[in-house]
Design a protein around this ligand. Structure first.
Ligand code: XMP
Length: 524
């Protein structure tokens, strides 16, 4: 008898009014150990309420409430008895919808702003300082709170910078409590969740494990599933979760394209299998990739070739598994994360994808149903789930690494010799960064070989004519923007000395001091 699926967690909905802040708010709510989901502002209130939310947060947004096509909110949302917290644009919408006044005065506030909290007794501000720094980003300003609301904070520019109606459980702040620059933002958010909405903080990403194991079992039944492992965190955690649910019904496939870093294939072969007991097929396709890449220097061309060959090899492996294990292989596991789900419209349920192939002997299309057990999680939460599933730290804390691998870290043609050289240099950099305890501080540190550049050097008694290696340590939150990491000179010096001493044909190490934008993280 299958056991009953675990109860769904209490959910807080974050209504997205088009700001880049909605996802961040959802993350902050989860950091407060309360489960949250982002929904679009176009979702009808009845649909939101059907999700039985314990609270609703209205995010900021780029619009003015006075703009012609500004998104609005149905008054019913405030009358359903569900606690609501409006932030920035959400705050102004709350004010105007409930009869307060928002003026288009031109009184703008952007960036760090001092906030004056007006006296004790506030649910949101209890225990926080009377003067605190908050992050503002608005043009319009609220000059009168709706009836029944108490004004709880103001700034030099805005007379009503926060209000609350404790009886109706409605709260709002003009600023962005979710950004780090709002010094007591997380505390204010937690006050809303715990005190205002009365939610117990008991959710952790680990709760997903039990829930997903039950869901995967129900979805897959007695059929079989395939998972492509890339060596990255997402696919490893997705595979481990599915393995926990359906055990030997899962086969993992790892395509070694020969563009991996030193020891990475072995890590997947040994550590992943040891930790999960998963069945793994490693397909050594390095020669095939090298042949396809021969003579190609253009980065886009390289990416296309690597992508194309990857799909071919992966599909060939799928076909072999189908041939050996029968047509009941019906599921493909993917490590899709929550940001992808939100960015593609927040769709629920699973999609069917068709896997096309051009290898003879089997049906023209194989149709797989997707299993995406990480669809509810942010990257940092995936790492926590990975640890909970017993995956080794080297896999769980792995920094991002591009799918095309070292193929896009060689500027110029990709050859076996160049890959070996870059692998050595990269291994040295990684070793020293780890030894210096910089792995968490640095988002990632591409090590790049400028294969088409040579310069004069002197090593031992002789003149050399070797290649430069570029170190590209970056700090980032999401890889959309990044800054170069101001890492200690002595660590840089050690890496430089070791690379020039230990890697043949390299006589210079240079540091990339460009932020993103204008530079990208990878060189290509
Ligand atoms: P860029 O170079 O665009 O990189 O600043 C941003 C982030 O994306 C990673 N990256 C990739 N990841 N497949 C991936 O899985 C790719 O083709 C790819 N290209 C870049 C890059 O390492 C950085 O983290």
């Amino acid at each position: 008898m299958p056991s009953a699926p675990p109860a769904a967690p209490d959910v807080v909905l974050v209504v997205d009014f088009g700001a880049q802040y909605a996802q961040l708010i959802a993350r902050r709510v989860r950091e407060a150990r309360v489960y949250s989901e982002v929904v679009p502002s176009t979702m009808p209130v009845a649909e939101m309420l059907a999700k039985n939310p314990k609270a609703i947060i209205l995010s900021g947004g780029p619009s003015s409430v006075y703009a012609e096509d500004a998104p609005s909110v149905d008054r019913a949302l405030f009358e359903a008895g569900v606690p609501v917290f409006g932030m920035c644009y959400g705050f102004q919408l709350m004010a105007t919808t409930l009869g307060g006044t928002v003026d288009n005065t031109g009184a703008r506030e952007y960036g760090r702003t001092p906030l004056a909290v007006s006296g004790p007794g506030s649910t949101l501000f209890e225990g926080t300082p009377v003067e605190q720094s908050v992050w503002m980003s608005h043009g319009d300003a609220c000059s009168a709170a709706p009836e029944g609301f108490t004004v709880t904070a103001s700034t030099d520019v805005v007379p009503v910078a926060a209000f609350e109606n404790d009886e109706k459980k409605l709260y709002g702040v003009q600023y962005h409590p979710e950004v780090m620059h709002s010094t007591h933002g997380q505390q204010v958010l937690e006050h809303f969740l715990y005190r205002g909405a009365g939610i117990e903080p008991n959710w952790t990403p680990g709760n997903i494990v039990e829930e997903q194991v039950a869901a995967i079992r129900a979805q897959v039944g007695s059929k079989r599933a395939i998972c492509g492992l890339s060596g990255g965190v997402d696919s490893a955690v997705a595979a481990a979760l599915v393995q926990k649910a359906i055990g030997s019904q899962l086969t993992c496939v790892y395509v070694d394209h020969g563009l991996m870093r030193k020891d990475e294939t072995e890590q997947v072969e040994k550590d992943f299998v040891a930790a999960t007991g998963a069945q793994l097929r490693v397909v050594d396709a390095s020669e095939r990739f090298l042949n396809a890449l021969a003579g190609v220097s253009d980065p886009e061309e390289k990416r296309k070739i690597i992508g194309r060959e990857f799909i071919r090899v992966f599909e060939q492996a799928q076909l072999e598994i189908l041939q050996e294990e029968g047509p009941e292989v019906a599921f493909l596991v993917q490590g899709t994360l929550y940001p992808d789900v939100v960015e593609s419209g927040g769709g629920e349920g699973t999609a069917n994808i068709k896997s096309h192939h051009n290898v003879g002997g089997l049906p023209d299309d194989i149709e797989f149903e997707l299993v995406e057990p990480l669809r509810q999680l942010f990257k940092d939460e995936v790492r926590l789930v990975g640890s909970e599933l017993g995956l080794p730290e080297e896999i769980v804390q792995r920094q991002p690494f591009p799918g095309p691998g070292l193929g896009i870290r060689i500027v110029g043609e990709v050859t076996k010799e160049r890959l070996d050289l870059l692998r050595e240099a990269d291994a040295i950099a990684r070793e020293e960064l780890t030894a210096a305890g910089l792995d968490r501080e640095i988002w990632q540190c591409p090590v790049v070989l400028l294969a088409d550049v040579r310069s004069v050097g002197v090593q031992g008694d002789g003149r050399t004519y070797g290649h430069p290696i570029v170190l590209r340590p970056v700090s980032s939150e999401d890889a959309m923007t990044a800054d170069w990491t101001r890492m200690p000179y002595d660590v840089l010096a050690k890496i430089s000395t070791r690379i020039t001493n230990e890697v043949a044909d390299v006589n210079r190490v240079v540091l990339d001091v460009t932020s993103k934008p204008p530079g990208t993280i990878e060189w290509e």
